[in-house]
Design a binder for this molecule. Structure first.
Ligand SMILES: Cc1cc2nc3c(=O)[nH]c(=O)nc-3n(C[C@H](O)[C@H](O)[C@H](O)COP(=O)(O)OP(=O)(O)OC[C@H]3O[C@@H](n4cnc5c(N)ncnc54)[C@H](O)[C@@H]3O)c2cc1C
Length: 637
């Protein structure tokens, strides 16, 4: 299979404009003749559905929550990047582009990243016009703060609720179109399969989560904005409902899955407290603007933070990376936290935590300023841990947070299945091997508000679409496939809960394919996962029936997909014999313990083709070339 990224050539700042000019247009009067199915109502799906409807297309939109505005994007705390340079601190589109390519450890497409950086400007204007209440300075300008991997302040924020405010903006736009009859909304509806007719994506099979009713929806194109797959690890900062089912089932219908092993560990999360925990909580990266990360200099120092004098503290990020200090990118901060804990210098009962300390910032700025900046995050920390972070430093540890991998898409955001578009965290596109903080919201909104609405018209205008009847063999086949999976899960009537299997899978993944990986561990995971998956299918216990609200059944289907995806992640991690970004193979590190890339052999996006259950998938490679930001060992010193 030949992968065509459709990445334009020519001067990088002109590529998107030129490309757009050459895309075919759909006449405004013809747009209403096309139906587009949008799965997902987060920042990516919500913005896409609203914009496509505004353009005149007929849109059917789906989400599994009870309301589009409950999509996981609502949880995003810290902010959204844009190269507005309001602080006049040297920012520019080019610098955001540069930081993102470097931050992703040279494993992303330059054309995509430049477009993303350029569109960041439009996003802020769009959201301000919608009334998103970004924080402002006294002057009235929008305020900015800094996030990891950048030496400028370019992160726009709305306290610690940026995702919520941005999603309310997209949701309002979507609701307007629902009210106008241009979008038909299907909440509490889960996509369980993709319908491919004559090689093109033409529909989806869904289950109504309240009644269990299976239905097929047909359209001229399908857009997946279904989020990331971090919950394969069981414990993550993602909402419990986040899952990979939509993209995984599309993968099984032929869509290539790119860089599945590129997962992001976030350095600042509330540490795991026990075996029965089902979720981890993020403490936003924005806190590293004012919080200082440290551990005791001595191993096994059990004194409280306030008893440890300044001279006996190791501010290890500031010491090792004087230029970026506490604002090194996430992969670097996480690895260093793990390293000091592995040395026996971790704090708290388990020793698996480091301090994030606001003492100096409170002394310098006053408690009221810190409260204004991060009040809701401090409250959240206090409610969960029972400790007051204004008095004692927070204890934090890295946790699974984001997935850079996802379905492979070309520059138009179309997968290798014609008519199947993938946007937001669900695709693999812009972040390479490590996403910079505050860039996911930027990418989701760039995809949904600005890229997809331009590119999808070209596909629609270039193809003819026969109506697909409900009786079509491909529709029938997809429906019976979904029904068979549901029946199999219900009929297993085994002994163990879905969660117990998911927890066991997550543990394997965290230990063998988590923050650090090596060939022996990955091989072990590849030996452990298949028998556990088989046991799951034989022995899982799903109570209730398929004709009612049945959350155990929903979870079972998602965990079944996680099992298959987990195996692909380990295979991908094993195949990539280098370290890059969040993919840290212990065998490949520099003498200072940083990720050592192997550009000669691995400068490509790995796009995997599904070849059937139990069969080895086939690897296709999209070579990556760098004309502007030349690959070098990343340095934040
Ligand atoms: C705690 C936390 C804080 C974060 N903070 C930031 C931040 O400050 N800045 C930043 O840039 N990024 C942040 N991120 C990352 C960012 O929030 C996500 O990457 C982004 O919101 C994903 O948006 P999305 O639209 O792609 O997917 P989501 O918001 O996850 O939406 C997915 C949608 O798809 C639907 N869906 C999924 N599967 C199906 C299915 N099978 N059938 C039907 N519907 C389906 C869901 O119902 C939902 O509507 C944070 C992430 C976390 C976990």
């Amino acid at each position: 299979m030949q992968l065509d990224s459709k990445s334009p050539t020519g001067p990088i700042e002109k590529r998107w404009e030129d490309h757009r000019f050459h895309l075919k247009l759909v006449n405004p009067a013809n747009k209403r003749k096309y139906t587009i199915l949008v799965v997902g109502t987060g920042l990516a799906g919500g913005s896409a559905a609203a914009t496509l409807a505004e353009l005149g297309y007929k849109v059917k939109c789906f989400c599994f929550q009870d309301s589009p505005r409950r999509a996981h994007s609502i949880a995003a705390q810290g902010g959204i990047n844009a190269a507005k340079n309001y602080h006049n601190d040297g920012d520019s589109v080019y610098r955001l582009f540069y930081d993102t390519v470097k931050g992703g450890d040279f494993r992303s497409r330059e054309s995509n990243v430049y477009r993303l950086a350029a569109l960041s400007l439009n996003i802020i204007d769009q959201c301000v016009a919608q009334g998103v209440p970004f924080a402002r300075e006294y002057s009235g300008y929008l305020d900015n703060r800094s996030f990891g991997g950048a030496q400028v302040s370019r992160t726009f924020y709305a306290r610690g609720q940026t995702g919520q405010q941005l999603l309310l903006g997209a949701y309002q736009a979507l609701e307007r179109q629902i009210g106008a009859g241009a979008v038909e909304m299907f909440p509490r509806t889960e996509m369980l399969d993709l319908i491919v007719v004559d090689g093109k994506a033409r529909g989806i099979v869904t289950r109504n989560l309240l009644t269990g009713k299976m239905e097929s929806h047909m359209g001229d194109a399908v857009v997946l904005g279904t989020g990331g797959y971090g919950n394969v690890f069981y414990l993550s900062t993602n909402a419990k409902g986040c899952n990979a089912t939509a993209i995984w089932r599309a993968h099984k219908r032929g869509a290539l899955f790119a860089n599945p092993c590129f997962t992001q560990i976030h350095p600042t999360c509330i540490p795991v407290s026990g075996d029965y925990q089902s979720k981890l909580t993020l403490m936003s990266e924005s806190l590293r603007n004012d919080g200082r990360v440290w551990v005791p200099l001595k191993k096994g120092d059990k004194r409280t933070a306030s008893q440890i004098p300044e001279a006996e503290r190791d501010y290890f990020l500031e010491r090792k990376y004087p230029s970026f200090g506490n604002l090194v990118p996430r992969d670097v901060a996480s690895r260093n936290a793990k390293q000091v804990c592995d040395e026996g210098r971790g704090v708290g009962e388990t020793g698996l935590a480091v301090y994030l300390d606001f003492r100096d910032a409170i002394q310098r700025l006053g408690k009221h300023v810190i409260k204004e900046r991060y009040g809701n995050l401090f409250d959240m920390y206090q409610r969960i841990t029972g400790e007051d972070p204004y008095q004692e430093p927070m204890r934090i540890y890295p946790a699974i947070h984001y997935t850079m991998g996802g379905l492979w898409v070309d520059y138009n955001l179309m997968s290798n299945i014609p008519g199947l578009y993938v946007i937001g965290e669900a695709n693999f596109s812009d972040h390479g091997a490590n996403r910079l903080g505050a860039s996911a919201l930027m990418q989701g909104l760039a995809d949904g508000y600005f890229v997809l609405p331009n590119t999808i018209g070209d596909y629609l205008a270039s193809n003819k679409f026969e109506k697909v009847a409900a009786s079509h063999a491909a529709v029938r086949e997809a429906e019976s496939h979904v029904t068979a999976i549901t029946r199999k899960l219900l009929e297993a009537k085994g002994t163990r809960s879905v969660d117990s299997y998911h927890r066991e899978l997550g543990k394997i993944m965290w230990e063998r394919c988590g923050m650090a990986r090596n060939a022996a561990g990955l091989k072990q995971a590849l030996a452990e996962i298949p028998p556990l998956r088989e046991q799951f299918w034989r022995d899982v216990k799903v109570l209730g029936s398929g004709e009612e609200l049945n959350q155990s059944l929903e979870k079972a289907g998602r965990v079944a997909d996680f099992f298959e995806l987990a195996e692909l992640m380990c295979l991908d991690a094993l195949e990539r014999n280098e370290s890059c970004g969040g993919h840290f193979r212990e065998e490949y590190q520099t003498p200072e313990g940083e990720a050592a890339r192997d550009d000669a052999h691995y400068s490509y996006a790995a796009a995997w083709e599904f070849r059937g259950a139990g069969q080895t998938p086939v690897l296709h490679k999209e070579p990556l070339t760098f004309e502007y930001v030349h690959p070098a060992q990343r340095s934040y010193k």
